[in-house]
Design a protein around this ligand. Structure first.
Ligand code: IVH
Length: 702
């Protein structure tokens, strides 16, 4: 796409724009400046979104972008539709018009093992009369398929697959995907118009961050990245689409028209060359993932090897696609009514299975939330046996129309927790039974409550046995008081035996009684005793987190610990005062004041203190004083060198703070690989500095 020479010129141009010329000088010569700004921004977009290797810092980028916007505002006649400022369309459309595809979007035939591939290759050799066929192999991306049309180098239409013959015109949303160029230099190859196809994806990290946010907002998580991608593509507000962090891989040229009198260049005579051309023109195509081989044995080797890498990829794939590389040969092979004969999908081991839904249990969480959990006949899916599946809440059960006795389709994608895709209603024989949601807590029988606007039923009794046990399990957990020898099973056992009734009870355990229990030798009891003893001096934020106050995660716990001397000081705080703390909104503030207004909670805290647990903020143990005093940080994406928790500790040791989300209070966002929506959000706030992991390490070291 860019020669080294051009890259150098553009880097130089960026410098000139940023440094040498004053803003005023820039604006005096709008036409030239505007073109220069556009070129530099488009170049950096490509480096950033396609190559993952930007040349400008975010601050510089934002500055150039702002200048371009201003220049265009002052000179509307100079605005072109492919200017980087024009990705975000204005106005919403309620529905997407239906559009015909230039060529029907066929699906691929599937294969599941090497015998299928050998058969397919044999047929292809018989039809072509060749002894060895050259194939191009690439991942089968598990997202939403799209078609893009470029005419005279400009993106003029983006559409969903629809039924394969006609799809929906989603051009406004396609324009939000930053690794799809708004214009591409096809004309340099004599191509006047072209339709290319590909897949829109959400990478695994972005998906996880998005679901974490949904869970925090009390919404059920989206099932998998594929659904998230196709849902995002059809949202009515393109600005929302922009926030989803979608990416696209382009893998197929379905149609093209050459300029009059122009011959087809060698770049579009084979499939692999076409993929290279697309990369060269600024698209992301399966460039480094693809492989060209001769003969089916080499194909089989590659697909088997690639399957082992499946979980290491940043995005989901569900197989490989094998394509005859030479277009002339593809034409010769042609297609059946449903599939091209020149390509086949090789599907990886299923991550879906069917099973019987036997019953639904209702679990009570530590905040009293009632979670329906489906018990199914255990089935192996992608190497793990699945028998229990969370159904999140009543709405999910209703939406999926599940009944006891149903055959259900279960999926477990990569790192995603297993979920029920649907019930197979056709297989019902009438014996299925409705799932009845309880009106009363299955453990303590209190009447369940569902606050307005929430989808989760709750047991309101904070002394409910289930809640008490879950709270204790949380209190001793690794990120809270970290009492290692007192894991979940011991908590349950000691509670059931009446040896430990509540959180203070942890510090009143009768070790002579414990010594009588089977399996508790002197050594293990000594370990337990010293772990409990050590926990008394844990930093205050761990205690606060361990109390399990609703909406108070580790970051908020740290903020709370740092703002006071003694934990009971919060009994005098108002919600307004809490709102002034970093990152605390009304919902969180409300939950904290409620907690400290409850006499039972205060009695627990006083009891803990009398048993020797530190309620005082010993500042040195939570945040050091150092060069980062007063600075706030947030980490996003996968760090290559540091563990996230170590990096956070480094910040805190030097007096800095960790925030949980991007807001104008944030000073630094440290960006690892595959950073998603946080990065997008941070870019829109001028005052946030964006650091790479290396820059962060340098900063800490200095
Ligand atoms: S080629 C005419 N290549 O798989 C063939 N498809 O059933 C055009 N897919 O609908 C498709 N990765 O959404 C092709 N590297 C890849 C692909 C791929 C994913 C999807 C595509 C298509 C389905 C095939």
């Amino acid at each position: 796409m860019y020669t080294k020479e051009i890259e150098r010129t553009l880097a130089q141009l960026a410098k000139t724009l940023l440094g040498k010329l004053s803003k005023q000088q820039l604006l005096n010569n709008p036409e030239e400046t505007l073109e220069a700004l556009q070129r530099v921004i488009i170049y950096n977009d490509w480096r950033y979104y396609v190559q993952s290797d930007p040349v400008l810092s975010d601050f510089e980028y934002d500055q150039l972008f702002a200048w371009l916007k201003q220049l265009e505002q002052e000179n509307p006649h100079l605005v072109s539709p492919d200017s980087p400022t024009q990705r975000v369309a204005l106005g919403l459309s309620k529905s997407f018009p239906t559009v015909q595809h230039l060529v029907p979007m066929l699906s691929l035939d599937n294969s599941y093992n090497s015998d299928d591939l050998v058969d397919w290759d044999r047929k292809a050799r018989e039809l072509t009369g060749l002894t060895d066929i050259e194939y191009c192999i690439e991942p089968k991306f598990d997202g939403a398929s799209i078609s893009l049309i470029y005419e005279n180098d400009r993106l003029v239409r983006g559409a969903t697959r629809g039924d394969g013959v006609a799809g929906e015109d989603i051009t406004v949303n396609i324009r939000q995907i930053r690794n799809i160029p708004l214009s591409a230099n096809f004309s340099a190859y004599g191509i006047q118009s072209i339709e290319i196809r590909g897949e829109v994806l959400i990478n695994k990290n972005t998906f996880k961050a998005y679901n974490d946010q949904r869970t925090a907002d009390n919404l059920p998580p989206l099932a998998n990245p594929r659904n998230a991608a196709s849902g995002s593509l059809r949202m009515v507000d393109p600005r929302e689409v922009a926030k989803r962090g979608l990416e696209a891989f382009l893998y197929h040229m379905s149609y093209h028209v050459m300029d009059k009198g122009k011959e087809e260049p060698k770049e579009i005579q084979t499939h692999s060359n076409t993929l290279d051309l697309l990369s060269h023109l600024g698209f992301r195509s399966p460039g480094k993932e693809k492989k060209v081989v001769k003969g089916i044995d080499a194909v089989i080797d590659y697909v088997l090897k690639f399957e082992e890498e499946r979980d290491n990829l940043p995005y989901e794939i569900d197989g490989m696609v094998i394509k005859v590389n030479d277009y002339a040969l593809q034409d010769k092979l042609g297609m059946t009514t449903h599939h091209p004969r020149w390509a086949i999908a090789y599907k990886f081991k299923a991550r879906q299975a069917t099973s019987k839904l036997r019953k639904v249990e209702f679990q009570v969480g530590r905040t009293g939330s009632i979670t329906p959990v489906a018990k199914i006949d255990p089935v192996p899916i992608g190497g793990v046996t699945v028998g229990s599946i969370s159904l999140f809440n009543e709405d999910v059960v209703k939406e999926k129309d599940l009944k006891i006795g149903d055959t259900v389709l279960v999926e477990r994608a990569g790192d995603v927790i297993p979920y029920i895709v649907k019930s197979v209603a056709d297989l019902r024989d009438g014996s299925e039974q409705d799932i009845i949601f309880p009106k009363n807590c299955p453990v303590c029988n209190s009447k369940l409550e569902k606050p307005e606007g929430e989808s989760v039923w709750r047991c309101p009794n904070i002394n409910c046995e289930a809640q008490v046990i879950e709270r204790m399990i949380h209190f001793v957990s690794k990120d809270a008081m970290d009492i290692r020898s007192l894991g979940e099973s011991n908590v349950r056992k000691f509670y059931t035996l009446g040896l430990m009734k509540d959180i203070p009870g942890i510090y009143e355990l009768d070790f002579t009684e414990l010594a009588k229990l089977e399996g508790f030798g002197k050594k293990s009891l000594d370990n337990l005793q010293s772990a409990i003893e050590q926990s008394k001096t844990q930093p205050l934020h761990r205690l606060i987190f361990g109390l399990g106050i609703r909406y108070v995660g580790e970051t908020t716990a740290k903020t709370l610990a740092n703002a006071i001397h003694h934990l009971l000081d919060y009994t005098n705080w108002t919600a307004e005062q809490l709102l002034e703390l970093e990152d605390i909104g009304p919902k969180v503030a409300g939950s904290i004041t409620q907690f400290f207004a409850n006499a039972d909670n205060i009695a627990v805290l006083k009891k803990l203190e009398s048993l020797g647990v530190t309620l005082v903020n010993n500042k040195s143990s939570q945040s050091g004083s150092g060069s980062l005093e007063g600075q706030s940080f947030l980490f996003t994406g996968t760090l290559a060198k540091l563990k996230r928790s170590d990096a956070e500790e480094m910040v805190e040791q030097q007096g800095g703070k960790i925030l949980s989300g991007v807001s104008s209070k944030l000073n630094y966002l440290v960006v690892g690989e595959d950073a998603g929506s946080k990065l997008e959000k941070a870019k829109k706030i001028n005052t946030i500095r964006i650091l790479t992991e290396d820059e962060f390490i340098k900063m800490i070291e200095s």
